[in-house]
Design a binder for this molecule. Structure first.
Ligand code: DOR
Ligand code: ZN
Length: 425
């Protein structure tokens, strides 16, 4: 087993300290450490965070290996500072059986760069008609605890209630893509003044808010855990705030793009800005940032959604929704929140690990903790290049943007997955 000696890292931005990583854990921590035969990593000026955890990643395997694979997505994740990602179920075939989730889990282990935790579908084929084999997926080698039809809403309230009841037995969670489908038929972008001007069919805020309002009531009634994917409106933040105050077991995520970009981007008709839920207004962005700061929104999740050029570089109406996220998430969050390292660690590592039930992730960097961590140069600024990213697809909305924060190194169970900004496999 390799031994790593990290010299002078600033844990959560604190005073410089040395760390020895041995046998998968942080074995020693303190000033002036030595370790014979260790790989030495000079972390002068670098900030150390617990390895990031993404609760919402689309890896596209099986089915669309031309857009991303478990291996290429794992590379992108490691380069983004992640040590664990939860793989969404909307693959082809859909991850709605023990067989498919075990396949994705195994592919993640073979890639060996991040822990890939499969998410199981709530309904068979994401069709919203019959519950998938939730128990078999939970009992499988993949140990699924998060279930989601993401890309689709579980819109049938009776089915949603049953799903919540089912997962309550093993403390699972239903992660809802909140979109009332009857209110978003043909929708192309946020419904508002820009959609009216551009003549594009609108996706109204109430389509999200009405499902969240219903689901927090169902979660309260059942006493089960609900997680709300990619919250995008001020009204949704308000509903979740009230639900939490009532003691409902609800958690919520926001994406980096919803924290930064607005619907005016659609004026370019560049489909790289097409995403579901759509980019919203300045007032929504302000409310999302406030919700993230005050804890109404528990986590940042990427919704990393790679798409092949043929599906993205076409007319707006035909383009698939979704944006890359793994390699730019931390820089965008740093841009939005500033260097509030403890808050960033909470929203991007500890809380997502807790929600997903990933016991080996999201730990404070202390002696005995799993050696899952990332080193960041907070002073470095870099310009995003679509073809410079590790993802197989190139649909980043940040191309040409200069962002703060470079991920220099990442360690999974003490083994470097990224060193000097380069992936190790
Ligand atoms: O923009 C999105 N892309 N939203 C989703 O809900 C699904 C995702 C995808 O799979 O591409
Ligand atoms: Zn979604």
């Amino acid at each position: 087993m390799s031994v790593v000696l990290i010299k002078g890292a600033r844990i959560l931005g604190g005073d410089p300290v040395d760390l020895v990583l041995r046998d998968g854990v942080i074995a020693e921590l303190g000033p002036g450490l030595r370790a014979d035969g260790a790989t030495v990593v000079d972390a002068d000026g670098l900030v150390a965070l617990p390895g990031l955890v993404d609760l919402h990643t689309h890896l596209r395997e099986p089915g669309r290996e031309d857009a991303e694979t478990v291996y290429t997505g794992s590379r992108a994740a490691a380069l983004g500072g992640y040590t664990a990602v939860c793989a969404m179920a909307n693959t082809s075939p859909v991850a709605d059986t023990a067989g498919v989730v075990e396949q994705v889990y195994r592919l993640g282990q073979e890639a060996g760069l991040v822990d890939v935790q499969p998410i199981g579908a709530v309904t068979i084929g994401l069709a919203g008609e019959r519950l998938a084999e939730l128990g078999a997926m939970a009992d499988s080698a993949a140990r699924v605890r998060v279930f989601s039809d993401d890309g689709h809403c579980v819109s049938d309230p009776r089915l949603m209630r049953r799903a919540l009841e089912y997962v309550k037995a093993f403390d699972g969670v239903i992660a809802q893509h909140a979109e009332e489908p009857r209110l978003t038929e043909g929708a192309q972008m946020h419904e508002g003044e820009v959609s009216a001007r551009l003549g594009l069919t609108g996706w109204p805020a109430v389509a999200e808010e009405s499902i969240i309002a219903r689901d927090v009531l169902l979660a309260e009634h059942v006493g089960a855990r609900l997680h709300v994917c990619h919250v995008s409106t001020a009204g949704s933040v308000e509903i979740i705030r009230v639900a939490k105050a009532r003691g409902v077991r609800v958690t919520a995520e926001v994406t980096p793009h919803h924290l930064l970009l607005t619907h005016t981007r659609a004026e370019s008709y560049d489909p790289v800005y097409k995403v579901n839920p759509p980019l919203r207004t300045d007032a929504d962005v302000t409310a999302l940032r406030e919700g993230l700061r005050d804890g109404t929104i528990d986590i940042v999740a990427t919704d990393h959604a790679p798409h092949a050029a043929e599906d993205k570089e076409c007319e707006w109406a035909y383009a698939r929704p979704g944006m890359l996220g793994l390699e730019t998430a931390l820089p965008i969050v740093l841009d939005v929140l500033g260097d509030q390292w403890d808050l960033i660690a909470e929203r991007m590592s500890r809380a997502p690990a807790r929600i997903a039930g990933l016991d080996n992730h999201g730990h404070d960097l202390k002696v005995g903790a799993p050696a899952n961590l990332t080193l960041i140069d907070p002073t470095a600024r870099w310009t995003v290049e679509a073809t410079g990213l590790a993802s197989l697809s190139h649909n980043t909305p940040y191309a040409g943007m200069t962002v703060p924060g470079r991920i220099v190194a990442t360690f999974l169970r003490g083994v470097p997955t990224v060193l000097d900004g380069k992936v190790q496999k």
